[in-house]
Design a protein around this ligand. Structure first.
Ligand code: AMP
Length: 583
């Protein structure tokens, strides 16, 4: 298959912001692909060669890509510097220079998908002292045969800049449209939620239809999208919602880990599917030791503890997420895992079992030790019992409690947020609202002391219905000088020329970013806003919802991707909850 067909589709997707149109472009294209090619096209459209959790990155530095582009287009280094300052996107620069290329090599031949995949794999695997030269060589070899548009996407893929705006939800819509019906969409989504591998789901679907997708199972080695909790502002409301009786667990303030345990190995994944095994090797080994089953997938919270075993705040466990000096961090920051769920036990898919059965299974197949324990849990059927349990949790330095439904419907809902789990935190008592995990979509230059530097950020939530990011506040407080000084380093790689088309905003920042970085913010209140676009026209015509007096808490949520930040629907339900409170 020709790579130009794929690049053309990417190009068409990039200029539309309508999710419906994207879906129809993609489904039309997907229909005619063979299953194997489809799988690879799906990965490429997300800028990858493998599913997210695979962990390998093409990661070519911008400078290296620019050198390849300079080499094949014959421009000088100084001209390249000029273009780089102006464009900031190697893809655009490659496209521009190839359009103006005077001579195309006589030996040039059309690029095929096969050749693109081969060379990208070589780039990914290049190792050793001359790895940079090798990467340059493999990329130049592709660029030599590229049209301008093909070059644009190749350069974006190798530098990790591939954002055509078709997120995983749009891809699932397109797959359902191409190979099934609207009614099949939930089954296709479930297959994705339990495998985290869009390419695999696409291949199975194209090969065996929806029937084959329905048979896909939870498997060790494929992370499962995590189940998430809703929130309510008081214990009596939680009990009401749970029909008067529920389980309550301590809500630990650490890092969520999904452990995939097989006979002789254990892999730990974060909630963003990053491989955390090397950050918690002691926990991985201990889990294997204490597990009586051959295979299992469990979830728990890794929490840092002091020498007496007392729980320490979240910041302490983040030392275990460092890239370097892990050996020392393992010694200096002892960690325990508190297990709270089981998704696979031997070959049995536990996600379809109610909560109580899962908990019993978890307790049945693990022995506890100092490092591996179960979350503290109680069954609660009266508000006073709930309040007492909440105080107990706070006394143990936990964030609050997690209430879990005991109904027969309380299966593990991979990838969804619902009222089967309800969180209740200490902050809810003190302020009107919980903290918000928001994505940075823009920045404003500061004035006075902050002149010429980023002084405030434009923050957004994710709108699951449209797949867009909608603004909720301009954030200018809570930053210390060191954080402000580090902002360009953290954000500039996501600079976008103009407003990215997946961002809905009326406020105009000085610079725009592709939604990537997630920060934790607290606010005094959610209010109607004429300028912000979250939940626009829902509570009131021509108004959205915005945060009043937002303040950065100091916590960069690098465990969350932009699609896992707060959603517009969550802000809406918090707004409604707050309105009820005032009544
Ligand atoms: P939040 O990040 O505030 O939405 O809260 C949800 C997170 O709480 C989960 O993703 C877990 O990391 C964490 N957590 C802590 N204790 C528990 C527990 N007992 N059950 C489930 N999640 C927990």
């Amino acid at each position: 298959m020709l790579y130009s067909e794929i690049a053309d589709v990417f190009d068409r997707l990039e200029v539309t912001s309508s999710r419906l149109e994207m879906t129809s472009i993609l489904s039309g294209f997907f229909k005619d692909l063979d299953p194997g090619s489809l799988r690879n096209v799906v990965y490429l459209s997300q800028g990858m060669l493998h599913p997210d959790f695979y962990g390998a990155e093409l990661g070519m530095a911008d400078k290296l890509v620019l050198r390849s582009v300079a080499f094949i287009s014959g421009v000088s280094e100084s001209r390249m510097d000029e273009l780089w300052k102006k464009e900031g996107d190697p893809g655009k620069i490659a496209e521009y220079l190839l359009q103006n290329r005077k001579q195309v090599s006589l030996f040039s031949e059309p690029l095929t998908l096969g050749k693109v995949l081969r060379n990208l794999t070589l780039i990914e695997n290049a190792e050793g002292r001359d790895s940079q030269d090798k990467k340059m060589k493999y990329l130049s070899n592709l660029l030599m045969d590229s049209s301008p548009v093909e070059a644009r996407y190749l350069c974006r893929i190798v530098t990790g800049r591939m954002r055509i705006g078709a997120g995983s939800m749009t891809m699932l819509d397109a797959l359902a449209e191409a190979f099934g019906t609207k009614e099949d969409r939930p089954d296709i989504e479930r297959a994705f939620n339990i495998t985290c591998d869009l390419g695999l789901v696409a291949e199975v679907l194209a090969g065996g239809g929806v029937e084959a997708v329905r048979k896909m199972k939870v498997t060790v080695g494929n992370p499962i999208k995590v189940m998430l909790a809703e929130r309510l502002p008081s214990i009596p409301l939680i009990l009401d919602r749970m029909d008067g009786r529920c389980a309550m667990e301590f809500k630990y303030d650490g890092i969520r880990v999904q452990a995939h345990i097989s006979k002789d190995s254990v892999k730990l994944y974060s909630r963003r599917m990053e491989d955390l095994t090397s950050n918690f090797p002691d926990i991985a080994a201990e889990l294997r030791k204490q597990c009586k089953a051959g295979t299992a997938i469990i979830e728990g919270e890794c929490v840092a503890v002091d020498p007496e075993g007392g729980m320490l705040p979240f910041q302490n466990v983040t030392h275990r997420r460092k890239k370097h000096g892990m050996d020392k961090a393992i010694e200096d920051y002892p960690v325990r895992i508190f297990m709270f769920d089981i998704l696979l036990a031997d070959d049995e898919d536990m996600t379809v079992r109610p909560f109580e059965e899962r908990r019993a299974k978890l307790e049945g197949i693990f022995d506890v030790s100092e490092k591996v324990q179960f979350t503290t849990m109680a069954t609660v059927s009266a508000p006073e019992e709930g309040e007492a349990f909440f105080s107990l949790a706070l006394g143990k330095k936990c964030e609050g409690i997690m209430a879990k439904s005991l109904s027969q419907e309380s299966i593990y809902r991979a990838g969804s947020r619902g009222f089967l789990w309800i969180k209740y935190k200490k902050d809810y008592e003190e302020a009107l609202t919980d903290s918000f995990d928001l994505t940075v979509v823009g920045a404003f230059y500061g004035r006075g002391k902050r002149a010429g530097k980023y002084g405030a950020l434009l923050m957004a939530v994710f709108d699951e219905d449209s797949g867009h990011y909608c603004t909720v506040c301009k954030l200018g407080t809570g930053f210390d000088d060191a954080f402000l000084a580090g902002l360009p380093d953290m954000l500039d790689k996501y600079l976008s020329e103009g407003r990215p088309h997946m961002v809905d905003a009326e406020m105009m920042p000085d610079v725009w970013f592709l939604p990537t970085v997630v920060l934790e913010v607290v606010a005094a209140e959610i209010s109607l806003s004429p300028i912000h676009t979250a939940a626009r026209n829902i509570v009131k015509e021509d108004a959205g919802l915005g945060l009043r007096f937002p303040r950065f808490t100091g916590r960069v949520r690098d465990d969350k991707g932009p699609e896992e930040c707060m959603t517009a629907n969550e802000v809406l339900s918090m707004y409604e909850m707050q309105a009820q409170d005032k009544e």
